[in-house]
Write a protein that binds this ligand. Sequence first.
Ligand code: PGA
Length: 250
Amino acid sequence: MRRKLVVGNWKMHGSIAENKALLDGIVAGVREYLNADYVVCAPYPYLNQTQSLLQGTNVAWGAQNLCSTTDGALTGAVSPAMLVDYGCTHVIIGHSERRNLFHETDDTAAARFNAAINAGLIPIFCMGESAEERESDWTDYIVGRQLDSIIRRFGPHVLKNAVLAYEPLWAVGSDTPATPEQAEEVHTFIRKRVARCDPEIAAGVRILYGGSVTPANAPKLFAMPDIDGGLIGRASLKIDDFVAICRAAN
Ligand code: PGA
């Protein structure tokens, strides 16, 4: 039985004062929800603050990206070991905003995924199609290609220490979430594709849905057999909304 997982992706939001109120609220809100797992992915400058407010609670924390190189003359980059230093357990890899706005490719996302695994971090590997790709019936092709970019390189066994996330681009940051049935169809496709390589790994890997998850739609999404939780953007910035989504997972 896979435990549900809810991950908050703050993106480029927050301030020391706002984060304190938000994290205190989340900690108090989910304290008794012991049947699922919760993670907050904060911007780099706030990892220290996040660590000090979340350590000893049932909420873990992580980052939203990392550099695939261990160290060196790389101005502006943050290494996997630095995230480990701040107690991160998770890191988001290949988010569509990174792919589209920062020119990340299947190759660079795969390198970051591998760097996370090598550092003992759990990568949350994002995949998803655009609206045009869905209209052209390319969803399976796009998501399959993104999934293969890690499985072909590193083998299915790496998914033992990873989380997958289906994030259709048309649902991220919009007000058009995938329906539970639409999301489930792609989650099943992903799980079957992993199962072709290793049925046991496929049965165990958690596949999150992301894209306009709210307290209203989370219960139905999380009730689908192949949806193991959510990657939450906007609703992760509001205490009540995030706690309600965690409650749905619990
Ligand atoms: P959203 O973002 O929940 O605001 O749609 C989801 C994500 O980008 O992970």
